[in-house]
Design a protein around this ligand. Sequence first.
Ligand code: SF4
Ligand code: SF4
Length: 124
Amino acid sequence: MAKKSKMSPMLKEVVSQIFRKPATQKYPEVKPKIPEGFRGRQIFNIDLCISCGLCARDCSAKAIEMVDVEGKNRPLFHLDLCIFCYQCAESCPRNAIKSSKAFELASTDKSDLVVKPNKSEEGE
Ligand code: SF4
Ligand code: SF4
């Protein structure tokens, strides 16, 4: 009696994977859709800031340095230390710190990872 041919489970899996949609995206050619509430690079609005320093005090990663800008203390963000928890924004009484959707922060130049408080970036 002729044996009934059966597809092995492994071959079945291989065949099913061939027709499945890829799990990965073609980044960076295809940009990902950034979800609402994503916590990317900080946007600091110097016009709202009252120099209280609460953001720096509450940053557990010590990623905020208060620096002098025209005689007033303003937060400077060190993104190489930042863990993007956004406690700084929670602590700010003036909503001067907001998150952006900017996530492509990799750089070979460490100075790119510094968000200076020298201009208002609101609306970026
Ligand atoms: S997001 Fe978190 S770690 Fe980054 S600067 Fe704000 S408080 Fe610090
Ligand atoms: S907590 Fe807000 S108002 Fe206070 S220094 Fe930081 S950014 Fe400015």
